[in-house]
Design a protein around this ligand. Structure first.
Ligand code: ADP
Ligand code: MG
Length: 410
């Protein structure tokens, strides 16, 4: 039976704010100017509230079903607990890079948080052709801080066990297991592609090496509880800000971490790489190879900043008696290789699976055909990763496949 609790509406939000001291401190509840439901995601309700002085706050409430589909796809509303726990843990490690949580209503599954409406969702900015210099590196720093700080290297034994126990998140993990690892090659009735790409989806499903690699990736996802990973770190889970007329990013905020659990560090890395590939696929399709190369250059920026942050924290690890420097090198090398596999999974699922990305979806069909084909071929090549596991090699592979399969409709 689905749980009973009261859903917020634009009408009830002001009274709700008035009843919560930590939120009442952020906006003048007697002078509310606007309450708008701004949720563009697949899952939840999100309300943005501004008062007459322009101060704001955001409320996010999870529903007992998947918003994208409706009540026919029930989903535990407890997911807001995982979002709050992970945002708090991550914020404690890198406060400047993670949205601030102000309030948690466990009974009604509501999160009150910092208003980031002076930022943009990074995917939207990318799709508009903007560059936010420094954003990809900040995301890498975030992944490195989380990979270290929430792991056995950074948390005392009992604190680690408690964090692991709280972070068990099977319902959300199962969505990933099904949609990201299984369904790109085994259609469960939720896949769709353009008619012109049906042959590409069929080739993907028939690619034994790819399917076997997805089996390995799924196994890693389900068994490698290395750190409290974000779990859904695409460019729609990052907000960016730049001053008017400048390309320099002045603020980056990671949010929307309801898929967080103790999982593989490389899963978050690979997710970012795949999303840079989508931005590059869009640019290639639109005939802008310079921008495609720029987008894939972000792969290296994220990796380098991740590695630098992890190395920076390494001297503070808890048991240097056995976790020697060779282990550091081994971790980094392993994660770099695994990131290819996870990136491949993410690339394929966003092309053939249920939840698509606007980067590719907004392209006119005659251009989308080649973009989709290029991404799927890049995913199949990426699981065949060789000796060179560096981010530049990944970027080169993707560029090559995108250019090779580009369609112009002529
Ligand atoms: P979902 O879990 O449904 O995907 P998100 O957390 O991604 O929900 O939020 C949906 C949208 O709401 C985001 O894409 C963004 O546009 C907006 N949003 C979310 N949190 C904030 C915030 N703190 N400040 C401003 N806008 C936000
Ligand atoms: Mg979202």
């Amino acid at each position: 039976m689905t749980e009973q609790y009261e859903f917020l509406t634009a009408e009830t939000v002001p009274a709700y704010l008035a009843s919560v001291p930590s939120l009442r401190a952020r906006v003048d509840v007697d002078r509310i100017r606007t309450v708008s439901e701004i949720g563009d995601g697949n899952l939840n309700l999100v309300f943005l509230v501004h008062d007459e002085d322009g101060r704001g706050v955001v409320l996010k409430q999870s529903l007992p079903y998947v918003r994208m589909v409706g009540e026919g796809w029930p989903m535990t509303p407890e997911r807001e607990k995982h979002e709050v726990d992970s945002l708090l843990a991550h914020h404690a490690l890198v406060p400047e890079l993670v949205v601030e949580v102000l309030h948690h209503d466990i009974a009604r599954h509501i999160i009150g948080m910092e208003d980031l409406s002076d930022h943009r969702v990074w995917r939207h900015a990318l799709n508009d052709g903007q560059t936010h210099d420094g954003a990809a590196a900040d995301v890498g720093t975030y992944i490195g801080a989380v990979a270290f700080g929430t792991s056995a290297l950074g948390l005392e034994r009992l604190a680690l066990a408690e964090a692991q126990a709280r972070a068990i998140n099977p319902e959300l993990c199962q969505i990933t297991e099904d949609l990201v690892f299984t369904e790109p090659s085994v259609d469960a009735g939720r896949n769709s592609v353009l008619p012109a790409n049906e042959v590409d989806a069929a080739e993907l499903a028939a690619d034994e090496t790819f399917v076997a690699a997805m089996g390995r990736a799924k196994w890693m996802f389900m068994t490698h509880g290395e750190a409290l990973v974000h779990g859904d770190l695409h460019t729609g889970s990052v907000m960016v800000r730049a001053e008017e007329g400048s390309t320099q990013c002045t603020s980056v905020k990671v949010f929307d971490s309801e898929f967080a659990f103790y999982g593989p560090v490389a899963f978050d890395i690979g997710a970012t790489w795949a999303n840079y590939a989508f931005a590059a696929a869009r640019a290639t399709a639109l005939g802008d190879p310079d921008r495609a190369r720029w987008a894939l250059g972000l792969v290296e920026q994220t990796w380098d900043a991740f590695e630098a942050e992890y190395r920076r924290r390494w001297p503070t690890r808890l048991d240097p008696r056995v976790w020697r420097d060779e282990f550091l090198e081994e971790r980094l090398a392993t994660w770099q290789r695994e990131a290819w596999l996870f990136a491949a999974a993410k690339m394929s699922r966003r092309i053939v699976g249920a939840a698509k990305v606007k980067d590719v979806e907004l392209l006119p069909e005659e251009l989308r055909e080649g973009a989709a084909r290029g991404v799927l071929h890049a995913a199949r090549e990426a699981v065949r990763v060789g000796q060179d596991t560096g981010p530049a090699a990944f970027a080169a592979l993707v560029i090559d496949q995108l250019e090779r399969h580009r369609t112009t409709g002529e």
